[in-house]
Design a protein around this ligand. Structure first.
Ligand SMILES: Cc1ncc(COP(=O)(O)O)c(C=O)c1O
Length: 406
């Protein structure tokens, strides 16, 4: 997810505009800022690029999720159904509004299995939160159907999938709200930053207010703003927004390169019949930040990872099953509800029950999955060499496992 790989004069120019005025804050200081409003400009560009009616920038993808949940009225006692494979931020945001993360199994789309979602519904369910992992999308039609049947909120965590689309619409703009992260390793980056997108005016207005201490932003005098409700400081700075503005103008170029490089590498891996690939509900909408592929067994997958490490070619290949950030298996802090501040007793109990469920179907998928990140900087020759080295390792391990079996 490499926006930072193509960094240059465009980003510096936008940041310098802000440095010249010295107004680093997104609100107020109308005179001295001399018409420089990078955050507003980036919000407009996000709406135009992705087709969302409204966009509210925040300080991070995590705070965008928290803001969206608060703006959607999700709070104490509400259950949010979400996948067992995501980044820790997804459940952190749920907990930050006092709601309960109900983790459920994924399928080979690497995100929510609609049947697992149906089985997890209770009278407390308020929201379904698919996470569009590793650049591609969840089965949004099936999930939207469940939401429509039960009048649930659909909140898309699209933090990892900027530029992916589903049936002609960008992910993050399809549910009641959606979020992107612009942290340093995302498809386009602000350094740190995030956005809430929605087509609902009141969700937008609440996001705008909540992410700035509840300020109503109605007058020209910030000091005279009223506070219709409590909020927090999840503001983005003008410096970060300036970087994002330069990056969003390059998004199409980034996506075109990703798609080309993804296709070239996939062609090499696809020659090995034992490899299968992640299910993509709308292949044309894959943003192609990663290729996620499966081997026949956990044992073979572990051997391939070990051999790639031994040959010093593991960089950029992720075995999420052993990763501390992305999969339930390693989230001991969540399973133990290890928080610095005390949780309400009911929340703590529900959290522990939910995080310690059996995730055998997810294990069966994640233990065989490797995701290879796609670089914008690769040359055709480098892709060929990388692909061949990977393919040689995979074939070697597959051969050894056949010999062992016989
Ligand atoms: C799926 C997902 N959700 C949320 C986030 C949080 O974004 P941020 O790092 O901007 O807080 C991330 C970041 O990696 C993510 O991958």
């Amino acid at each position: 997810m490499p926006g930072f790989e193509l960094w240059g004069a465009e980003e510096r120019k936008e940041v310098n505009d802000v440095l010249e005025t010295g107004i680093l804050m997104r609100y107020g200081f109308d005179g001295p800022r001399k018409g420089i409003w990078k955050s507003k400009e980036l919000e407009k560009a996000i709406c135009e690029t992705f087709g969302a009616r409204y966009a509210q920038l925040t300080s991070s993808g995590t705070s965008a999720l928290t803001t969206a949940m608060a703006a959607l009225g999700i709070g104490a006692g509400d259950e949010i159904i979400m996948p067992s494979f995501t980044f820790v931020a997804s459940f952190e945001a749920v907990l930050s509004v006092g709601a309960i993360p109900v983790l459920v199994d994924i399928d080979e789309s690497l995100t929510l299995d609609p049947e697992a979602v149906r089985s997890a519904i209770t009278h407390k369910t308020k929201c379904i939160m698919p996470v569009h992992m590793c650049g591609a999308m969840a089965n949004l039609e099936a999930l939207q159907d469940i939401c429509n049947e039960h009048d649930f909120i659909l909140l898309e965590d699209a933090c990892q999938s900027i530029g992916a689309s589903y049936k002609g619409k960008y992910v993050g703009t399809i549910g009641d709200a959606g979020t992107f992260s612009f942290d340093f390793v995302k498809t386009i980056t602000c350094g740190e930053g995030g956005v809430v997108m929605t087509n609902n005016e009141s969700v937008y207005k609440r996001s705008d207010e909540y992410s700035d201490h509840g300020h109503d932003h109605l007058g020209a005098d910030r000091g005279a703003d009223l506070h219709p409700y409590l909020g927090y400081n999840f503001r983005i700075s003008e410096l970060h927004a300036a970087v994002g503005l330069a990056q969003i103008r390059k998004l199409k170029k980034f996506l075109d390169i990703q798609k080309k490089n993804h296709e070239a590498l996939k062609k090499i891996l696809a020659q090995i019949p034992e490899i299968t690939f992640r299910t993509i509900p709308d292949p044309a909408g894959d943003s192609c930040t990663f290729i996620s592929w499966f081997l026949p067994t956990e044992e073979i997958t572990r051997a391939v990872v070990a051999e790639m490490k031994a040959q010093n070619i593991l960089g950029g290949n992720f075995y999420w099953y052993d990763n501390n950030w992305h999969y339930i298996r390693k989230w001991d802090h969540l399973k133990e509800s290890a928080s610095l501040n005390a949780f309400a007793p009911e929340l703590k109990q529900s959290l522990i029950e939910n995080a310690n469920k059996d995730f055998t179907p997810s294990d069966a998928i994640m233990s065989r999955c490797i995701s290879t990140s796609i670089s914008l900087l690769w040359t055709e020759q480098q892709i060929q060499e990388k692909g061949e080295k990977m393919a040689n390792v995979i074939k070697k391990i597959l051969n050894e496992s056949t010999v062992k079996r016989n």
